[in-house]
Design a binder for this molecule. Structure first.
Ligand code: MN
Ligand code: FE
Length: 352
């Protein structure tokens, strides 16, 4: 019976009970995808439980201070620009991730515990999109403008077009994971979304907003971004486990040529992100400028390369040491009110 089938087998045939070792991430023919337990991939279940333990909603976060600041004269035009373009990227970026999960990835994953995690992740992406609606509504921004920036701002469109072509490739009616080429295409999609979109593009976006938060400005958005960052850390960790397991289960797919291709994908993404940072920060603002983002994006890209067993490429220094502290948020605390002093000293937490 195919794992994608939703049909049942004959009743009472005990010889057909699951052998857990037969579970596979893709192309599983021996185990019913409706049977979650027993687990083979403990990591997928742990990521699921961790995601659930982190549940939050954007409207739990007060926006009063942000509204007051936004309506005052205390933000410069350059500061407003970076905030608006940041919101413009995330407002639709979260939807691109959710759609890729549900429409492209889910169908081809033939393992119940990975599907369980993906269902959780998909809801988190909905919560993240909800966050951007809530922010836009709270600040009284033009929602048609923010939610259409991915068409109107070229550097945002370029990043999203880069991503969407990987979704389209998997949604093609002729796509399957039956061949090695098909598995490679599927891997490209996972790298484009988990490693690049959520692991690189999102992190420089987090740094932009959190740098306001550490100056005690736009603290409501800052707190929401901390919750999103905490979720994205798990998304990234799941994606890395998924990619590395898929690689070990499909020997021969990840060959030297594919490795070269992955480096080229990362390189293209790094340049797209730097161009976006230049667009967000044409003149630079307090604590942020496009050059710092060049280093940061390269530093993050190296971290991601290492997680998928590739050599570092850029050897850049992390200009935002304080970002590594930003991950450790106790749910009931406002990070910016309670941790400012330790926060500025930076830290060595492993946040992704
Ligand atoms: Mn998200
Ligand atoms: Fe995500």
């Amino acid at each position: 019976m195919s794992c994608c089938s939703i049909g049942k087998k004959n009743l009472y045939d005990l010889s057909e009970r699951m052998n857990v070792e037969d579970k596979r991430i893709i192309n599983c023919n021996a185990v019913d995808v409706n049977q979650l337990m027993p687990l083979k991939y403990q990591w997928a279940w742990e990521h699921y439980l961790n995601g659930c333990a982190n549940h939050w909603m954007p409207n739990e976060v007060g926006m009063g201070a942000d509204i007051e600041l936004w309506k005052s004269n205390a933000l410069s035009e350059d500061e407003r620009l970076v905030i608006l373009r940041n919101l413009g990227f995330f407002a639709t970026g979260e939807s691109l991730v959710g759609n890729n999960l549900v429409l492209a990835i889910f169908k081809h994953i033939t393992n119940a515990e990975c599907r369980q995690y993906i269902l959780r992740q998909a809801f988190e992406e909905a919560i993240h999109t909800h966050t951007f609606h809530y922010v836009v509504e709270s600040l009284g921004l033009d929602e048609r403008e923010i939610f259409n920036m991915y068409n109107e701002v070229p550097s945002i469109a370029a990043k999203d077009n880069f991503e969407m072509k990987y979704t389209a490739a998997i949604m093609d009616e002729n796509f399957s994971t039956d061949s090695e080429d098909g598995v490679r295409e599927f891997m490209r999609n996972l790298i484009a979304f988990y490693v690049i979109m959520e692991g690189i593009f999102f992190y420089s976006g987090f740094a932009m907003i959190l740098s306001f938060g550490r100056q005690n400005r736009m603290v409501g958005i800052g707190e929401q971004f901390q919750y999103i960052l905490r979720d994205e850390t798990i998304h990234l960790n799941f994606g890395i486990d998924l990619i590395n397991t898929l690689r070990s289960e499909n020997p021969g797919v990840w060959n030297a040529q594919f490795e070269t291709e992955v480096y080229a994908m990362i390189d293209e993404a790094v340049e797209l992100e730097i161009a976006y940072a230049e667009d967000c920060l044409p003149n630079g603002i307090l604590g942020l400028n496009a050059n710092l983002f060049r280093s940061y994006v390269q530093y993050i890209a190296d971290r991601r390369l290492e997680r998928i067993s590739l050599e570092k490429k850029y050897h850049a220094k992390n200009p935002f040491g304080w970002m590594s502290e930003a991950i450790d948020l106790p749910k009931e605390k406002n990070f910016f009110e309670t941790r400012v002093t330790e926060y500025q000293s930076g830290g060595s937490l492993d946040w992704g």
